[in-house]
Design a protein around this ligand. Structure first.
Ligand code: SF4
Length: 408
């Protein structure tokens, strides 16, 4: 039969209006930006500086902080100064709810220090005050020349808008399912708020939109629709994604599909950390999502096989783990010293079934013996077998070869 090669690549990125967030370009053809959010009390300057620094060093290109009261607003410029002194220029975004208009007006140094304001149109105020308070925040953004993210959230949706749409839907001869009305309310809240911001005088290249929900299928549906109806830059995120693997899988599944369709200019993976757990996990997951999909390169990838009944030795797992943690630890230095090191691929394979093939595809790879009794392991560099390691020092020797390869 004739051979017809089928190549499934990501769809072209949707071209959105680019927004400058404190020197980081979001949308407008820029690479998808990774961002994260602190969970410290912003009024606690030490704790917040510490966490922003951790997130930034882990690779978060934008960090959002809560600005919920006078004390936190007053802390923002001091946090900015401390970060600058540490040489960390990561843009800070202020997350405002309920009284953002007041906090920005009362704390001009905070308004100036932030690189972007996040407004939730579902809770800027109630009834007649709602639009006025929204406009006041937008006016502050215009005054300080800052962008805003209009961040609609399923959990705090504008109830008046939802009720209006529900009533209109109920009056139809064939009403749509309630879930479809909810989706439409989320999208319309974002679009109407963007329109109001523009009518207030904020230019299009100062507006980002997000419309977060906690259900994977709803998120995909909402963003597909939103991206068809606007060219504003889009911030992707599954809200309340959850803990552990559940949060990671749900975020990757939903955002992976959207990114494949060219939708999304910046992403945040919202994971619930273990109490006292590492907040940088969400940055790592966001980076790995973008890297495994081939959109960006942040850190060398270590491909390792899962192991199976053919392996009686755990050597390959231990070696893969060592190489992976070594890379993570050294990346800040390597990034400076060895430009392009992010693109490196390493393979650590468990036996000869797939080992040599996978190792040849990597920049440097090893096919370890499946059993401890056969201590010899071929090593490949750039697709060519360069050595066979033997004996008890295989792991150490391969580790050294990886370091030499990076240096070379
Ligand atoms: Fe099993 Fe070998 Fe395949 Fe690894 S490479 S999963 S050890 S058969």
């Amino acid at each position: 039969a004739p051979f017809e090669p089928v190549l499934v690549d990501p769809l072209p990125r949707r071209l959105t209006v680019g927004v400058d967030v404190g020197g980081v370009q979001v949308g407008g053809g820029a690479p998808v930006v990774v961002q994260s959010m602190t969970n410290t009390d912003t009024a606690d300057i030490d704790a917040t500086v510490r966490q922003v620094a951790q997130l930034s060093r882990a690779g978060s290109e934008i960090v959002r902080i809560t600005v919920d009261r006078d004390e936190s607003a007053a802390a923002v410029p001091r946090i900015r100064e401390r970060l600058d002194r540490l040489g960390l220029s990561v843009p800070l975004v202020g997350d405002f709810h309920y009284i953002g208009h007041k906090l920005l007006a009362d704390h001009p140094a905070c308004a100036e220090a932030l690189a972007k304001y996040r407004i939730n149109p579902g809770n800027v105020g109630f009834k007649d005050k709602k639009d006025r308070q929204f406009v006041e925040i937008v006016e502050q953004a215009i005054r300080w020349n800052k962008p805003v993210r209009i961040g609609v959230n399923w959990g705090s949706l504008d109830q008046e808008l939802l009720t209006r749409l529900m009533d209109a839907n109920a009056a139809l001869p064939a009403p749509a399912p309630a879930r479809a009305v909810m989706r439409e309310a989320i999208i319309r809240s974002a679009l109407l708020s963007a329109q109001l911001a523009e009518e207030t005088g904020l230019s299009r290249n100062r507006i980002l939109l997000s419309a977060k929900v906690s259900n994977v299928q709803d998120l995909i549906g909402v963003y597909r629709d939103l991206s068809r109806r606007t060219d504003h830059a889009l911030h992707l995120g599954l809200t309340e994604a959850g803990m552990g693997t559940k949060g990671i899988v749900a975020s990757a599944a939903s955002m992976g599909i959207l990114l494949q369709e060219g939708i999304g200019d910046t992403i945040r993976v919202s994971l619930t950390p273990e109490p006292g757990g590492d907040r940088t996990r969400e940055v790592q997951v966001a980076q790995e999502l973008l890297q495994t999909m081939g959109f960006r390169q942040f850190i060398p990838i270590v491909a390792a096989c899962p192991g199976c009944g053919r392996t009686t030795s755990t050597l390959f797992q231990e070696l893969a783990e060592t190489i992976q943690s070594d890379i993570r630890e050294n990346m800040p230095v390597w990034r400076e010293r060895y430009p392009g090191v992010e693109a490196l691929s390493v393979a650590v394979m468990g036996c000869i079934v797939n080992g040599p093939g996978e190792s040849k595809h990597a920049d440097i790879g090893i096919s370890l013996p499946g059993t401890a009794e056969v201590p010899s392991a071929p090593v490949y560099m750039d697709g060519v077998k360069v050595a066979t390691l033997r004996g008890a020092t295989i792991a150490h020797d391969f580790h050294q070869m990886v370091l030499q390869y990076i240096e070379r």
